[in-house]
Design a protein. Structure first.
Length: 320
């Protein structure tokens, strides 16, 4: 779904300045301190992501979506072959993701994704995740805190968004720290410090607006494996870019808490899914570039000396 230029400007502007449409109500049951030690649930918990990214040409999303819906939802044979407690479903959402980095682009160079995400459910406005906002930190390679021996995985750490009612200190004024619940700010700053970086140097860099259509394979009504088809676009100054990609993801909660045998089973199931998908859509290409890098590179190709403008602060909002 392509948005109009005016609509895109409005939504990107809102994402960049974080004037969110809805506030998230704190839920103490979700906090990390209320979860078992080592749990992947809750904020500041390290989750292990194992997903496969595939790039494809613009305009192919609907073709892929229709094939996956027919394969896994309309025809239940494959899903039921996984077990009687398996089902499939479909989702359709809009995401506004604003990525942060330092003026020296330290996160870009290390393939670290740090973003504020606002999600809107296009099919079910009453869904508990509709309007939800999160801060997400995604790490790979040597920057990971867990599963370091698996080169194909990433770590994900989430933080709750609760805007301050009054601006009372330096953190409140910061465009990222001011979004994070006060009780989680020290945890966030500690995570950034462990990466050898200063949280106060983080700036909003790129806002990516995307429509995500997703086919879920569920176990006991919870996501087990999912196909996410993303049509993304971004704009800075006069430059605008678009791209499409798919993520075939082993659900991070299930995967993080699974034993070695269950992890292997999930990977084997996905391997068969990928083989089937490639036979149907031979234009799919493996792509390990994270979205932040992809959007940044496409914009930098259209904005001369973009890295220089960022380094001297011309493209970054001022910070206190």
């Amino acid at each position: 779904m392509m948005v109009t230029t005016a609509k895109f400007f409005f939504r990107a502007f809102m994402g960049l300045l974080f004037a969110g449409l809805l506030l998230v109500t704190p839920n103490s049951q979700l906090h990390a301190e209320n979860q078992p030690e080592g749990s992947a649930h809750g904020y500041d918990a390290v989750r292990i992501e194992d997903d496969l990214s595939l790039a494809y040409p613009l305009g192919k999303t609907e073709e892929i979506v229709q094939y996956l819906k027919s394969k896994y939802i309309d025809d239940t044979a494959f899903v039921k072959s996984l077990g009687t407690n398996f089902t499939a479903s479909f989702g359709d959402e809009d995401f506004t993701d604003t990525y942060f980095d330092t003026p020296n682009l330290d996160l870009y160079k290390r393939k670290i994704g740090l973003r504020h995400r606002l999600r809107v459910n296009l099919l079910d406005p009453e869904n508990r995740k509709n309007g939800r906002e999160l801060i997400q930190l995604k790490l790979s390679a040597d920057d990971k805190f867990a599963d370091k021996d698996n080169s194909g995985s990433r770590n994900e750490i989430k933080f709750e968004v609760v805007r301050p009612e009054t601006i009372s200190d330096r953190d409140d004024k910061h465009s990222l720290l001011g979004l994070i619940a006060r009780g989680q700010r020290d945890d966030f700053k500690d995570r950034i410090k462990e990466l050898g970086l200063d949280a106060y140097k983080l700036r909003p860099m790129v806002t990516v607006q995307q429509r995500r259509q997703r086919v879920y394979v569920n176990r006991d009504w919870a996501t087990f494996i999912s196909f996410s088809m993303d049509d993304a676009e971004s704009r800075r100054w006069w430059a605008s870019i678009k791209f499409s990609q798919m993520e075939l993801e082993l659900n991070e909660l299930v995967y993080t808490e699974a034993d070695a045998a269950e992890k292997e089973r999930m990977q084997e199931i996905r391997k068969g899914m990928v083989k089937d998908l490639r036979e149907h859509s031979d234009y799919l290409k493996s792509d390990k570039t994270i979205k932040y890098q992809k959007a940044f590179d496409l914009l930098a190709a259209k904005i001369p000396w973009m890295r220089f403008w960022i380094r001297i602060g011309l493209m970054n909002p001022s910070q206190k």
